[in-house]
Design a binder for this molecule. Structure first.
Ligand SMILES: [Zn+2]
Length: 259
């Protein structure tokens, strides 16, 4: 029996891809990555060319732009190769397969690269000046502390809380970059920064899965507490919420709105 095209690790995926591409007669090249995987193994972007070098059209298939999604993309590439789909293409079409364009993110299960770059989002035209955001300049040191100690986090919290007190939570939201735009890009119904007395920065991401089901995840930027909320609307006035908090449990809350 042929093993699944999907893989549990980057290393396993790479091995399967090289084998399938080799069997398909691909011309292979590897670009090795300076970092290593969690298993200490080599990381590389592998490139397979199948078809004529003077092809008039090239189909380009890339996996792991968002590293962790490589588990899915790699499986699709491998399955496509194993099934011999390249043989069904017209003679003047070549295929360029790029396996794990972000091998670090793939191996370490991260969207981003080793430099925290999201290859699909952090894109800016450096021929143009960067957009000005004086609020961010004021908060940058607090938003991204140089040191990550209890003291530096308390200090950062004080700065953010003071800024929110002066400018309101909306002001804080504008100063920290592009929340709403990012939320829109991700297809979320809610992406905001919430400030309370006890927590100066919680990132809330929410989406309606249907008109009746709303799911929200909150992530404390300055503590490790994340929370998941699921709200189900039973009728116009009755909804059920379950939420997880700092305890390892889910609470069920019934909301009944009265006139
Ligand atoms: Zn993605």
């Amino acid at each position: 029996m042929t093993p699944s095209p999907f893989s549990a690790t980057y290393a396993e995926a790479r091995g399967k891809f090289l084998e399938a591409a080799g069997a398909a007669g691909a011309e292979l090249a590897a670009m090795s990555h300076p970092e290593r995987g969690p298993d200490g193994g080599e990381l590389a972007t592998d490139v397979a060319w199948i078809g004529p070098t003077n092809a008039t059209a090239v189909l380009v298939l890339v996996s792991a732009t968002h590293g962790v999604e490589g588990h899915c993309g790699s499986g699709a590439q491998i399955d496509w190769l194993r099934r011999g789909e390249h043989q069904t293409l017209p003679g003047d079409v070549a295929v360029l397969m790029i396996h794990a364009i972000n091998p670090y993110g793939f191996a370490w299960l991260r969207r981003v690269t080793e430099e925290n770059i999201d290859l699909n989002r952090n894109w800016i035209d450096f021929d143009q000046p960067a957009p000005a955001n004086p609020g961010y300049d004021e908060l940058a040191a607090a938003a991204v502390p140089r040191e990550w100690t209890d003291e530096s986090q308390h200090a950062a919290n004080r700065v953010l809380r003071a800024y929110a007190a002066d400018h309101g939570p909306m002001g804080l939201q504008q100063a920290l970059p592009g929340m709403q735009r990012i939320g829109h890009t991700l297809g979320l119904d809610e992406l905001s920064l919430q400030t309370t007395d006890t927590d100066p920065g919680a990132l809330m991401a929410g989406k309606y899965l249907s008109p009746k089901v709303y799911i929200r995840y909150s992530y404390g930027l300055f503590n490790r507490i994340g929370g998941l909320l699921l709200r189900f609307k039973v009728s116009d006035r009755v909804s059920i919420e379950t939420r997880s908090g700092d305890q390892e449990s889910m609470d069920v809350i019934y909301n009944i709105e009265k006139d």
